[in-house]
Design a protein around this ligand. Structure first.
Ligand code: ADP
Ligand code: ASP
Ligand code: MG
Length: 401
């Protein structure tokens, strides 16, 4: 079989842990598999490099940031390859470019456009174990790009798709996908399987165990995706197509996103074009808007609220303050968080949202904003109640049972 493994920052965080990964790779090799191993930077390394850059300026050039950040993954790839060679195994380390990953020209958040697997296929034929530096590619101008935080997951899925691998296994410090982050709720239960769509909602709503774009791509390419631990031999969680009996489960998981900020605009002129103007300006600055809420206007004006990630609040604030017309007053709050309940069963069962609202009400937690999709209910609440809310919701849906 051809299997892609991906080892995250914690799994390769020290030389001993790289040695541990080498042992796991060797075991998979000795079992007769062809292997492509994608690695992250050692834990803390990417943040350290970002701190180095911001020592000089708050706004370093993105092209230079890609040059800088891509180095972290290359260090790990080379070290793991060296560790394998030292134990008598034929391995070769590749950068994103050498692995054939071509992206668009957006720096620090590039999209993969194509993959030329020929260099990898040649090395596999020669019997080599391939170690690829995750999180990076090259654009058509020949410049190094990176794929956004957590992007090594995406590298792994994309390579698995391009090589038509039999499975893609993402190794971290948890042995699978849980009903919620086990660091917040120790009673969280591990799931044996979860659908791509549910996993995509969980990841998009803040569960960083898998990068959301990697899940989206796995669904599109139908990659057999597993979340596993590099510290145990647990079978992990299979992320797969939705099957008939999945809908019997109302809620699969709950998730907390602390990295949220709320913008409220009051007495906004109730006329065509205002929302277009506001959100076009935000989009032009690359600011991602999540929840948007607007009510029916009264007396020619209305209120408009939306959320952005906390790190983009300052930029959003600047744009909003440049409006010298059509907005009465504005209010910004970064002390909010988003809690979400996810489950395919919501499609066919009523009352799931009401249950969430009741659970929060029973604990006197005020809901500031609500948004829903077919398989998700999200609520914005005061940041200080985030973890409590997660435990209450986990309990309300009996997820520990
Ligand atoms: P890596 O560095 O290997 O990429 P991450 O730190 O990105 O690993 O992801 C693993 C972490 O994700 C876990 O330590 C866990 O705290 C967190 N996590 C959040 N939500 C979940 C969930 N629903 N199931 C499992 N882990 C979760
Ligand atoms: N090292 C990068 C990050 O910390 C990419 C990754 O680990 O997947 O975001
Ligand atoms: Mg990760």
């Amino acid at each position: 079989m051809l299997i892609v493994h991906k080892y995250g920052g914690t799994s390769v965080g020290t030389l001993e842990r790289i040695e541990n990964v080498a042992s796991r790779v060797i075991a998979a090799r000795d079992a007769g598999n062809d292997l492509v191993i994608v690695v992250s930077a050692m834990s803390g390394e990417t943040n350290k490099l970002i701190d180095y850059a911001t020592h000089f300026t708050k706004n370093p050039a993105k092209q230079e940031m890609d040059m800088l950040l891509s180095s972290g993954e290359r260090v790990t790839a080379a070290l793991l390859s060296i560790a394998l060679q030292a134990r008598g195994y034929d391995a070769v380390a590749m950068s994103g470019r050498q692995a054939g990953i071509v992206t668009d020209t957006t720096h620090t958040y590039a999209r993969i456009e194509s993959i030329d697997p020929s260099a990898m296929q040649k090395a596999i034929k020669e019997g080599k174990i391939i170690i690829v530096a995750g999180f990076q590619g090259i654009n058509k101008e020949g410049k190094v790009t990176t794929l956004g935080r957590g992007g090594s997951d995406l590298s792994a899925v994309a390579l698995a798709g391009a090589l038509n691998a039999d499975a893609c296994e993402i190794y971290s410090d948890v042995d699978g996908i849980y009903t919620t982050d086990p660091r917040i709720e120790p009673k969280a239960k591990k799931l044996d399987t979860i659908s791509y769509d549910e996993m995509l909602e969980l990841a998009s709503m803040g569960a960083k165990v898998l990068q959301n774009r990697s899940v989206e791509l796995a669904k599109k390419l139908n990659v057999k995706l597993y979340a596993k631990s590099s510290f145990s031999d647990d079978a992990g969680t299979l992320i797969t197509q939705e099957s008939g009996n999945m809908e019997e489960v109302l809620v699969s998981g709950v998730v907390l996103d602390k990295n949220q900020a709320r913008v409220t605009l009051r007495n906004v002129s109730d006329k065509p074009g205002i929302a277009a103007e506001i959100f076009t300006k935000l989009a032009n600055e690359g600011i991602n808007v999540d929840m948007i809420i607007q009510n029916v206007g009264v007396d020619g004006s209305t209120n408009l609220g939306f959320t952005v990630t906390e790190s983009e609040l300052e930029a959003a604030k600047k744009i909003m303050e440049s409006f010298d017309h059509d907005i009465g007053s504005m209010d910004f709050d970064s002390a909010v968080c988003k809690v979400s309940v996810v489950g395919v069963g919501m499609k066919s069962h009523a009352g799931v949202a009401a249950q969430a609202f009741s659970a929060l009400a029973a604990n006197n937690i005020n809901i500031q904003m609500i948004s829903t999709s077919e398989i998700k209910v999200s609520m914005v609440i005061d940041e200080k109640y985030g973890e409590l809310a997660i435990r209450m919701l986990h309990d309300a849906y009996n997820l520990d049972k």
